[in-house]
Write a protein that binds this ligand. Structure first.
Ligand SMILES: [Zn+2]
Length: 242
């Protein structure tokens, strides 16, 4: 079971960790700052550094297929993994530009949920773009949505995460402005992301701490995927931050 440091602090870019296992899925650590693909958000990339200076490039991160709770760091195909055995100490460091793009796009998708009050039935967040599919028949306007996002960004709304009990969620259905994903039940508590005054929804991804950090995100495309699906694609107005 990998300790998920990214859940409590999305600004944390590196950590010390110990190798637990190395198998065909990837390198499993006892703790990690790497977010694994999930909830529509792409996995982190980065590198593992060994004490002797050896570096192993990590191209993606996944939840381990056979071992629930373990996070697998996927090495670049040509990597020399001979020095990695259980017990090896490493420094795990995520690619900052990719993480930052994910945080900005991910938080921007929450703003879209606030602007478009319809259920979401698909989501993909990558370094280069984000897209959200809304279950709706009405047309959407690119410029109106881009202006709506810019308004929330300029207003600098704090973004907070907290845990609420299932009872609290049940007692306050109005608390959740846009329930795009049904939260996992049975754990007793649910992690929610609150954009103060804008949006509240259960979410496990990585977000910025204030909407102003999203910067200039624009709607690049709106597609009618089916009679009841409108796809909204987001991009950065400037080249991806390096
Ligand atoms: Zn989120």
């Amino acid at each position: 079971m990998t300790e998920e440091l990214f859940r409590e602090d999305a600004t944390l870019l590196s950590c010390e960790a110990t190798v637990v296992a190395v198998d065909e899925t990837g390198i499993v650590l006892d703790r990690s700052v790497f977010y694994p693909l999930g909830g529509g958000q792409a996995g982190d990339a980065g590198e593992l550094l060994l004490a002797d200076g050896h570096r192993i490039a990590i191209t993606d991160t996944r939840k381990h297929k056979e071992r629930p709770g373990d996070i697998a760091h996927m090495p670049a195909p040509d990597s020399d993994l001979s020095a990695l055995v259980p017990g090896t100490r490493v420094t795990a460091r995520v690619d900052e530009a990719r993480r930052q793009a994910h945080r900005r796009f991910h938080t921007a998708t929450h703003l879209l949920c606030a602007l478009i009050p319809h259920p979401v039935d698909g989501c993909s967040i990558t370094q280069g773009y984000a897209r959200l599919d809304f279950h709706m028949a009405e047309p959407l306007d690119k410029e109106t949505l881009t202006a709506g996002i810019a308004r929330y960004v300029a207003a600098a709304h704090p973004v907070r995460q907290r845990w609420i009990s299932e009872d609290e969620l049940d007692a306050n259905p109005g608390l959740v402005r846009s329930m795009s994903v049904q939260p996992p039940r049975g754990l007793g508590r649910i992690r929610v992301i609150e954009i103060e005054g804008v949006d509240l929804q259960p979410c496990g991804g990585t977000h910025v701490g204030n909407t102003v950090e999203i910067g200039r995100v624009v709607v690049t495309k709106i597609e009618k995927k089916s009679a009841m699906t409108r796809r909204v694609v987001l991009g950065f107005a400037e080249p991806a931050a390096g």
